[in-house]
Ligand binder design. Structure first.
Ligand SMILES: CCCCCCCCCCCCCC(=O)SCCNC(=O)CCNC(=O)[C@H](O)C(C)(C)COP(=O)(O)OP(=O)(O)OC[C@H]1O[C@@H](n2cnc3c(N)ncnc32)[C@H](O)[C@@H]1OP(=O)(O)O
Length: 220
């Protein structure tokens, strides 16, 4: 897949007229992207709601019925769709903030993300979500350009300003240098001109015996 084409792939299109900006519109024939979008809608609606105890009980029953249906389609981790849809924001991994990585070169990566209340701490992005976003884009860069697999060894995040909800944030990553198996990376997150967070990270190239559980599907 040509990674530079990602922003125009099915499921990666945001409808500016939609009431809830966290529900991406999807191509009509992309059924899995539709399912991801529906789960996101449930997450955001759940976070925003204050249902009565009676409604909580009824909703829990309905959601358990959905979970039971999905369990009928359970497969091994290598075969699941979630996390392997490289064309979708967040790779179809519904825990992940919907980061759209738009450009990856050998030394830089750029993306955009908008989070809602589901990923909120208190009127700002939760402090655990920011590293998730950095890990995603910096790992993608660390493993780009045909480099052998590397995993995150350390990720040091500085929170410079509250990251606002409901607005687009720009995320960038830079490949600083390689020292043997160690790859040093740097990341920044901006809202407009405001630096909201920055990160330094180390990715360590895996030895052959450490790549046993990694498959071709882990490659964009
Ligand atoms: C996996 C690939 C998927 C990618 C898909 C693309 C994007 C996907 C997007 C999804 C994103 C998901 C991505 C994820 O979420 S990856 C998941 C999160 N990360 C992990 O689970 C990694 C767990 N840790 C390990 O497996 C091992 O510790 C590794 C493999 C990292 C190193 O253990 P190993 O036994 O092999 O190496 P070593 O100990 O001899 O160390 C080697 C060198 O490194 C230096 N060092 C080590 N650790 C640290 C440290 N903390 N600070 C500073 N330095 C450190 C060390 O001093 C030494 O330096 P030197 O003495 O040589 O100078």
């Amino acid at each position: 897949m040509d990674i530079t084409q990602q922003s125009t792939m099915p499921g990666d299109i945001w409808n500016p007229d939609w009431n809830d900006p966290f529900v991406p519109t999807v191509e009509p024939n992309d059924a899995f992207a539709e399912l991801v979008s529906a789960v996101h809608e449930v997450q955001e609606a759940f976070t925003r709601a204050r249902p009565t105890p009676t409604d909580c009980a009824a909703l829990a029953t309905e959601l358990r019925a959905v979970a039971a249906k999905l369990k009928m389609f359970e497969v091994g981790e290598d075969d699941q769709l979630a996390g392997h849809r490289w064309d979708l924001a967040g790779r179809g991994q519904v825990m992940a903030p919907p980061l759209r990585i738009e450009e990856v070169t050998a030394t830089t990566a750029k993306g955009r993300v908008t989070v809602g209340r589901f990923h909120s701490g208190r009127y700002a992005m939760n402090g655990g979500v920011t590293p998730l976003i950095f890990d995603e884009i910096m790992a993608r860069l660390a493993n780009s350009a045909g480099r052998p697999w590397a995993r995150t060894a350390s990720l040091d995040v500085d929170f410079r300003a509250p990251a606002p909800l409901d607005v687009e944030l720009r995320v960038q990553a830079q490949f600083l240098r390689q020292d043997g198996r160690k790859r040093y990376m740097r990341g920044t997150m901006h809202h407009g001109d405001v630096l909201v967070a920055e990160a330094d990270g180390l990715w360590v190239e895996l030895k052959p015996e450490q790549t046993r559980n990694i498959s071709e599907r882990d490659t964009p």
